[in-house]
Design a protein around this ligand. Sequence first.
Ligand code: PAF
Length: 283
Amino acid sequence: MEVYTEKQQLLKVVEDLKAKNLSIGLVPTMGALHQGHLQLVKRALGENYKVVVSIFVNPTQFDKKDDLEKYPRTLENDVSLLKTVSKADVLVYAPTVDDIYEGHAVSEKFDFDGLEFEMEGKFRHGHFDGVGTVVKRFFEIVKPHKAYFGEKDFQQLQIIRKMVEKHRIPVKIVGCKIHRESNGLAMSSRNTRLKPEYKKAAPFIYKTLKAAKEKFGTKSAGKVTEWVENQFSKHELLELEYFIISETETLKPVKRKSNKKRYRAFIAVYADDIRLIDNIALN
Ligand code: PAF
C-alpha cells in the first residue's frame, strides 16, 4: 500500500488516473481509524477505481490547543487497518502541516448560509472554517469524483455539501450512516480515550436519542428537549452540553412541527473531559 506524505507524489498518481478517466473516491480522516472509517472506505471502493484516504490531524479546526495535542496519532496502525480492506486500491495521503498549509496554517473564512452558527458552531469557534479550508484543499489536490463523510458529524456533512454547491466544486458528496458499537455508542476516534466507567456509561447517549425519537412522535420538540435534559441531569457521569431538535436541511431549531419537514435530534455530551456527539433522524 502506497503512503504519500507529499502532495507532489500524489498529484502524479491522481493526474495519471484522471488522464485515463478512472474514478477516484476520497475519504478524508484525521486518522485513529476505526470500523466506522473502514465502512466509508469499503463504500468508496465499491463505487470508484481507486480510493484516497487522507490522514491528517488538521490544526485549524481545533479551538482548544489541548484537544489538538491529545488527538490520537496512530499512522502505523491506521495503515494496517486499511490493508485489511484493500492493499492495491487504497492510497494513503498522510501529509505534514506544511504540505497542506505551506507555512500558513490559517483558515479561510466561509459563508455557509448560517449552517455554521448552529450547534457545534456555537461551542467550537472557527471549527467549520477550519474544516472547510482543509476539505477544500483536499478536493483541490485529490480532485475526487466522490467524497465520503459519516453522518455522525451531520452538521459537517451539510456544511461540506453547502461549500461544494457555493464554490461549484465538481465532487459528489456521499453521506454514510453512523456506524455503532454493539451497545449503540457511535464509533469515534475519541472513544479510545474514554476511561472504563465512562465507556460503560456512554451508550446512554444513543439510548436517550432513541427514546427521544419515540417521544417526538406524540410530543412537541420543547417537551422532548425538557425530558432529555432531565434524564441527563440525573445521570452521575455524563454531562449534557446540548440537545437540540433541528430541521435537517437548514439545521435551524424547530419552532413548530410540520409533517412536511424532516427533523433530526443532535446531542453533545461530556464523558469526563471527552466530548461525544451523536444524532438521530426523527421522521
Ligand atoms: O471528520 C473529520 O475527521 C474531519 O473533520 C475531516 C473531515 C477529516 C477534516 O479534517
